[in-house]
Design a protein around this ligand. Structure first.
Ligand code: BG6
Length: 314
């Protein structure tokens, strides 16, 4: 008798924190912690982990989890008066049992809806009423989709503005073997040089030292080519014009308590974001920001994959 697959399971994760496990028939899986509304795992059909989570990550509130997909809301980085990257990544989200319908219905079974609303304490640091709905879906082909819907529910008639990022940590075989395609010739703000504006020159982005850049008005598709693993990650995004590329490299890695000294070699953050132009919502208005991740086998060196084709295909 064949075992019945449970596509969505709520269970206990590290340190007893609640997590949701999503499973697809072909063996793909993903895990989402209610703490932070934080995706901490995305595995392919061979059980290989596609996201990076530090071996030193704290799964202990109020520290955010180092790795996976932290949600940066309502502030990216230190661009405002809130704590670094805002508060959503260290709040306890709830399962949303009755989310408003999406305009398009899909037959996906492996998805979970989470919701974050402010407490009275939260209102003291960001005096706005909102509903943040996050849907995490594992597609039948293993794609991982995150859709955020933020609604202004202020009753005082006031609009609010926010910046946002899906701070995705991708697992890579060796950072020096990785290139990012799709950001060539774009303008960026360099976080390592007082956020001065520069224009990217030349070819795809490769890595040989610390990188911390906010690329502006980027295309909706970005590819991360991992030659050694023969794997390409494709990020498709909607409602998120910017893209942050971050690798701390050796010195910053050593300075982070929740990150191994050598782990910078095995990760790369490419973050679908809305930073340069904050999103403003009037009461009753809703914003939607979506990212879809896929991991495809590639053999760029042997010419099987033309990165331009990856970027141009729909
Ligand atoms: C990136 C920022 O998005 O996140 C970096 O561009 C920052 O400047 C990095 O160092 C990590 O931030 P944190 O708060 O998770 O250590």
């Amino acid at each position: 008798m064949s075992m019945q697959l449970v596509p969505v399971e709520l269970c206990k994760g590290i340190n007893g924190l609640e997590k949701v496990v999503l499973r697809e028939v072909r063996g793909f899986s993903a895990e989402v912690y209610l703490y932070g509304g934080h995706v901490t795992s995305w595995k392919n059909e061979h059980g290989e982990e596609l996201l990076f989570v530090s071996s030193k990550a704290n799964f202990k509130p109020p520290k955010p989890i180092r790795g996976g997909i932290p949600i940066c809301f309502s502030q990216f980085s230190n661009l405002g008066s809130l704590e670094q990257h805002g508060f959503a990544r260290n709040r306890l989200w709830s399962v949303d049992t009755d989310p408003p319908p999406f305009p398009t219905t899909s037959s996906n079974k492996a998805f979970i809806d989470l919701i974050l609303k402010p407490t009275e304490e939260d209102m003291k640091i960001w005096p706005h009423s909102y509903e943040f709905r996050l849907r995490v879906t594992l597609g039948p082909g293993g794609d991982l989709m995150l859709t955020s819907r933020v609604r202004n529910t202020n009753t005082d008639g006031k609009p609010f503005s926010f910046t946002f990022a899906y701070h995705t940590y991708f697992s890579v075989s060796d950072i020096s073997e990785v290139r990012v395609e799709g950001l060539e010739t774009l303008d960026y703000l360099d976080n390592l040089q007082n956020r001065e504006r520069f224009t990217e020159q030349g070819d795809a982005i490769t890595f040989e030292s610390e990188v911390d850049k906010i690329y502006l008005s980027t295309p909706t598709k970005i590819a991360i080519l991992d030659h050694e693993k023969k794997r390409t990650f494709v990020i498709r995004k909607d409602g998120l014009p910017d893209a942050v590329v971050w690798n701390p490299w050796d010195k910053k890695a050593k300075a982070m308590a929740d990150f191994g000294d050598d782990e910078y070699k095995y990760m790369l953050c490419v973050e679908a974001a809305a930073i340069e132009k904050p999103i403003t919502l009037k009461p009753g208005e809703e914003w939607k920001g979506r990212q879809e991740l896929s991991a495809v086998p590639s053999s760029y060196c042997s010419g099987q994959l033309d990165p331009q084709k990856v970027l141009q295909s729909s």
